[in-house]
Design a protein around this ligand. Structure first.
Ligand code: XMP
Length: 326
């Protein structure tokens, strides 16, 4: 049977054998998986790894700063931050279909990585650094649910599995492919990553792009970011972070309803709270959050976020619902 220590040992050896003297880049998303994958590869090949954090404009409030601060402080890894907001939002303009959004986001990620690769090679100058590998924090459930498991229907294309372009220039390094989330957390702990990273709730690579039902625009992202920040703040203040697996906040951008706010009629959008409890994200149940916490979140969001006049609670388990709405 395995232990976190034996997984680390085994994967470090496998990564060294795969990467050799070449270089690798790793996309950091701010989530646990990419952080642990990066830390493993760093343990294996040290400075041959450069992490790339793509700010695609689909991040939550404070996320970019947190990656820069927490992860780099903990690992000392070489980090490149790419501001790619315009690129992603342009590519997503006019697109409402969830699978199409996922494919576009996956494709743009790769294009940004390719650009980062070219820059790294140029920076390295004559010594000719070949950046041949792309590290991804793909987990076992990502593969199964993207249709990679034998005989499994494709549920949704995870941005790092089904969303990859066919002309990929990189060879993939995916040291977490056989693991579930709780195992990944143990490996992260074994590697000495801080609690704030290891215990962080999952957040999908496509970010808020798959939490806006309808077209993704900057204005809608700003609304959702504000609502999401309120929900996270209140859940943390209530001490519920460890109890719930994650709580997506979803903006129903194409839905409007009538309300009464301030002096008169409003015609705004609903946001959905989707708190779930789960062991591995393959199945989940909706979290029975205390009513007073729900009430505070609802009052604050409708007071503080313009254009949102309703907060609704998703009480669906998985299955039949998935955790994310798209
Ligand atoms: P679903 O919605 O499929 O989500 O029940 C299961 C878990 O996976 C996360 N998720 C993703 N993570 N890239 C990721 O890195 C993705 O494309 C993606 N889609 C969903 C989701 O947040 C949940 O934890």
């Amino acid at each position: 049977s395995w232990t976190a220590g034996s997984i680390v040992e085994e994967q470090v050896a496998a990564i060294r054998a795969q990467v050799g003297e070449k270089r690798a880049i790793c996309g950091l998303s701010g989530g646990v998986d990419s952080a642990v994958a990066a830390a493993l590869v760093q343990r294996a090949v040290g400075d041959q790894l450069t992490c790339v954090y793509v700010d695609h404009g689909l991040m939550r409030q404070g996320e970019t700063e947190q990656v820069e601060k927490d992860f780099v402080a903990a690992t000392g890894v070489q980090l490149k931050v790419v501001d790619a907001e315009k690129r992603f939002l342009d590519a997503l303009a006019g697109v409402s279909d969830p699978e199409q959004k996922r494919k576009i986001i996956g494709r743009e990620f790769i294009r940004v990585f390719e650009q980062a690769q070219a820059e790294l090679v140029a920076e390295a100058g004559e010594e000719g650094a070949e950046v041949a590998f792309l590290v991804q924090g793909t987990l076992y459930p990502d593969i199964v649910e993207s249709g990679g498991g034998t005989g499994t229907a494709n549920i949704k294309s995870h941005h790092n599995v089904g969303g990859l372009p066919e002309d990929l220039e990189f060879e993939l390094v995916e040291p977490l492919r056989q693991l579930f989330k709780d195992e990944v957390r143990m490996v992260g702990q074994e590697l000495g990553l801080p609690e704030e990273i290891v215990q962080r709730q999952p957040f999908p690579g496509p970010g808020l792009g798959i939490r806006i039902v309808g077209e993704v625009t900057r204005e809608r992202l700003d609304l959702l970011r504000a609502a999401d920040a309120v929900a996270r703040e209140e859940l943390t203040a209530a001490g519920l972070d460890r109890e719930i697996w994650q709580c997506p906040v979803v903006l129903l951008a194409d839905v409007r309803s009538v309300g009464v706010q301030g002096d008169g009629r409003s015609y705004g959008h609903p946001v959905v709270l989707r708190p779930v409890s789960s062991e591995d994200a393959m199945t989940a149940d909706w979290s029975r959050l205390p009513y007073d916490v729900l009430a505070r979140i609802s009052t604050r969001i409708t007071n503080e976020v313009p254009d949102v006049n309703r907060v609704v609670l998703d009480v669906t388990s998985k299955p039949p619902g998935t955790i994310e709405w798209e």
